[in-house]
Unconditional design. Structure first.
Length: 396
């Protein structure tokens, strides 16, 4: 029903009212409207898509945000009638999508919010994990500026486990939300992946650790957004040839189909239904041993599973290999005194509450589905849960 009202306001060119409707559920429409996998999320469920094209919710969201960004109106104007009944101090650790959204909805309800951010800017992976050609940094800046005008404080260069202590925060704040992400690249566990010339995709994007690709062949392993962003960035940085290696078929790729098509249009090669056996090289990456795969339906699985085809191994030359197969939290997360899952994520209940009652967590850190939209939603839902928690303890 919210989206029906939003679409009606857009149709009538009442863009500020349209944004006001959006602001009930999100503070990142200018971001999510540009980068989230709409075909796999909202547009994929649109009934109009049965007979024709679904409504382009993403394009509408980003368009309305762009109109709002030009206006002097603020989120504070839209939230002025909210029940600001939360009189408490809350610390947000991490200024990425989950943290920013949690901070905004807590401030909407009257909480005094401070964001602790390890960099000297807000946005997290929106800034250092998503290339400019997909998400302009100006849009992220406009988004964070609007959010901060809710009265949110920020302390930069504050990193958990370095100069920020969780126990100290617990002693000084009524509640804490952890939204520090999970940006350590996962490995395949194959021989040779520690050779010089093998990189993690997340680290390449976050720390800008790119070598000189000019005239080189680069192989990117994975089929999600990070793999697409790495491949397209590397191609733009002058690589002679970029190969994306994915062990399933194109139809199973987590990345949005238009991203895959744009990568193909840019001259990137895709080796579908191929798996890596070994990374080969004398002192540095020089070749990859690949094996063909076939897709089979395993009992109990809804998704086709790749199975290696025996004796289909072959070798390709490559100068660099980038592992973009997913990510996990930093190692120090295990030392925070909070229960973690077998994958290293912070364990949370249905209300995003950790094993330490004052502490909540969301986004990739809590194992939420790996898109910006889902991270933001977890931040919003955690904010609502924190409000209920604070209300309960202040009435006991």
């Amino acid at each position: 029903m919210i989206f029906l009202g939003f679409i009606a306001k857009v149709k009538n060119k009442n863009y500020l009212e349209a944004y006001k409707i959006l602001s009930q559920t999100t503070v990142l429409p200018g971001v999510c409207g540009r980068i989230c996998p709409h075909k796999k999320q909202c547009e994929g469920s649109c009934v109009r898509g049965i007979k024709g094209e679904p409504i382009s919710i993403g394009a509408l969201e980003s368009f309305v945000f762009d109109q709002f960004a030009k206006d002097s109106s603020s989120l504070q104007d839209f939230y002025s009638n909210s029940n600001k009944n939360v009189k408490a101090n809350v610390a947000i650790i991490g200024g990425g999508p989950a943290g920013l959204t949690c901070a905004a909805f807590l401030a909407k309800n009257g909480a005094s919010v401070t964001i602790f951010e390890k960099y000297d800017y807000l946005g997290g992976l929106l800034v250092h994990g998503i290339p400019e050609f997909r998400l302009p940094k100006s849009v992220v800046k406009e988004t964070t500026d609007k959010i901060l005008k809710l009265g949110i404080n920020v302390k930069y260069k504050q990193e958990l486990g370095v100069n920020l202590n969780l126990n100290t925060l617990v002693a000084n704040y009524d509640s804490i939300f952890l939204g520090i992400g999970a940006n350590v690249s996962s490995k395949m566990g194959v021989p040779g992946e520690d050779l010089p010339g093998a990189y993690g995709g997340n680290e390449l994007l976050e720390f800008n650790l790119h070598p000189d690709y000019r005239g080189k062949v680069v192989s990117v392993v994975g089929g999600g957004n990070v793999a697409m962003d790495c491949a397209r960035t590397i191609k733009r940085l002058g690589a002679k040839e970029v190969n994306v290696i994915y062990r399933r078929a194109r139809e199973q790729m987590p990345a949005e189909d238009y991203e895959v098509q744009e990568a193909i249009n840019e001259g990137i090669n895709f080796l579908f239904q191929n798996n890596i056996v070994k990374v080969l090289g004398d002192g540095k990456v020089q070749q990859l041993e690949l094996i063909k795969t076939k897709l089979v339906q395993k009992e109990g699985d809804s998704r086709l599973s790749p199975v290696n085809v025996e004796n289909s191994n072959y070798i390709i030359d490559t100068d660099y290999v980038v592992m973009a197969l997913g990510s996990k939290p930093a190692e120090y997360v295990k030392n925070l005194g909070l229960r973690t899952t077998k994958w290293g994520n912070i364990e949370v209940n249905e209300n995003y509450q950790t094993s330490m009652p004052k502490v909540f967590a969301g986004g990739d850190l809590a194992g939420v589905k790996g898109t910006v939209a889902w991270a933001a939603r977890s931040g919003r839902d955690a904010a609502n849960a924190i409000c209920l928690y604070l209300s309960a303890i202040h009435h006991t």
